[in-house]
Design a protein around this ligand. Structure first.
Ligand SMILES: *Cc1c(COP(=O)(O)O)cnc(C)c1O
Length: 425
């Protein structure tokens, strides 16, 4: 028998080093006896990045979102799949999870046997559909093409030609594309059917669907509540054009959090716009779902980095765009920063700084500007906040700078997040 030629991943090069957890709050219950960031830095004096998860802030944000949203809330796992984060989301009452890969499905199922998991990536591997359906009790799948509809039907055991009346049917969701919404990150260029196609897909899916849904995503970090109002009105037109009953309207994610140069309207403004637009549809049989990622976890993590060298207004730090600071690179997100000085000093006034990450790539630069006391020096620590969303989950092993420690802390978010403040729990 010939053995397969398996290529092994060289250790420590391609796969990011797992975050070493200092202390886990495995219970998932709100824990007020966690250390503060400051006390951790004082005791550890960390020379590699220290990721600080704020479970209380995440739980509070999840609760606030679920309390304000008139429907079911699915957490978008890709935004931050760290188990400590997922436990905090669960503690906030979230029971539905939007997964995009079989690995995310397995992770959520392992942590929460009772979770309701939805497979919301419009293009899936066949084996992933099959395993989600047969092994992990996933019942809802999204699509934006006829080819994907057939794939889902085949892999969930529905003979395409003559579906058996007894076979259990999947829930089917159709994603449609939106015109430009003004979000920081557009998510309709890659996915989503045009309106007529979406209506045709709803008609095609109806007879074979256990439940039928229509979905959209306005794009990530969308500051305009009106984007949801317009998209919901468009969804209403598509449902009317399809002429078949639809049970769920999934309004996606995209809800923003505050960053130093982005102050979003309060969460209540988004909820008011959504409620008004939904009521204008006059479709009482239609339930609302949302898939927030960033809004639940954006304020829920920071990274403490150390200054390795100062060159004028540029600081060489030990994390960068190949680590947890990806969005500070090409996307030029600015994050809140605070200095934790290595030696006590009288305070200096703030000045603007840029960062160089630790890799040898000249693209590993974050121009900010980030505001820090003008006397920041080698050996000082900088806490960089609002990194709960699309931070640690984008780390790579590039150049070997992927070792980091993870700790849960009791601090609030470094900036207020719509719907809840740092003090509210
Ligand atoms: C990324 C994504 C989300 C979450 O988006 P946020 O901007 O983090 O709220 C939700 N749904 C889908 C389908 C996504 O791709």
């Amino acid at each position: 028998m010939r053995s397969l030629n398996v290529i092994k991943t060289p250790t420590g090069v391609q796969a990011p080093h797992p975050l070493v957890t200092l202390r886990g709050n495995e219970s998932g219950l709100p824990s007020h006896d966690l250390p503060s960031v400051e006390s951790l830095v004082a005791s550890l004096r960390p020379e590699e990045p220290l990721h600080c998860i704020r479970p209380l802030a995440i739980t509070a944000a999840a609760r606030a979102f679920a309390a304000g949203f008139p429907g079911d809330v699915l957490y978008a796992v890709k935004c931050n799949p760290e188990p400590a984060v997922l436990r905090a989301v669960w503690a906030g009452g979230i029971r539905h999870f939007d997964c995009a890969s079989i690995a995310e499905v397995e992770l959520v199922r392992r942590l929460f046997p009772a979770a309701i998991i939805h497979f919301m990536h419009p293009v899936k591997a066949r084996f992933a559909i099959r395993e989600a359906w047969t092994k992990h009790n996933v019942r809802d799948f999204i699509l934006d093409s006829e080819a994907e509809l057939h794939k889902i039907l085949e892999e969930t055991g529905q003979a395409a030609a003559a579906p058996s009346v007894t076979a259990e049917r999947p829930g089917l969701f159709v994603r449609f594309a939106l015109p430009e919404t003004g979000a920081a990150i557009n998510l309709s260029q890659k996915f989503g059917a045009e309106p007529e196609m979406a209506a045709a897909l709803l008609r095609a899916a109806r007879p074979v669907a256990a439940r039928l849904g229509l979905a959209f995503h306005v794009g990530s970090q969308c500051l305009a509540p009106a984007a949801w109002g317009e998209a919901i009105a468009m969804a209403g037109e598509i449902i009317r054009a399809a002429g078949v009953p639809v049970e769920v309207l999934d309004i996606g994610g995209g809800f923003p959090v505050a960053y130093p140069d982005m102050e979003p309207p309060p969460l209540s403004a988004f909820m008011a716009e959504i409620t008004t637009a939904y009521e204008a549809l006059r479709m009482p049989g239609l339930r609302l779902w949302a898939e927030p990622g960033r809004a639940l976890v954006g304020g829920g993590a920071s990274v403490v980095v150390q200054v390795q060298l100062r060159r004028g207004e540029m600081l060489y730090i030990n994390d960068g765009v190949y680590g947890a600071l990806s969005d500070a690179g090409a996307l030029r997100f600015r994050f809140p920063t605070r200095l934790i000085p290595a030696r006590p000093r009288p305070g200096a006034p703030d000045a603007p700084f840029g960062f160089f990450g630790p890799t040898c790539d000249s693209l590993d630069v974050m121009r900010g500007p980030f505001f820090l006391p003008a006397d920041v020096a080698e050996g000082d620590w900088i806490e960089i906040g609002q990194l709960g969303a699309y931070g640690a989950c984008l780390r790579t092993g590039f150049n070997g700078f992927d070792r980091a420690t993870l700790a849960e802390v009791r601090d609030g978010p470094m900036m207020g997040t719509p719907g809840y403040g740092p003090e509210r729990e």
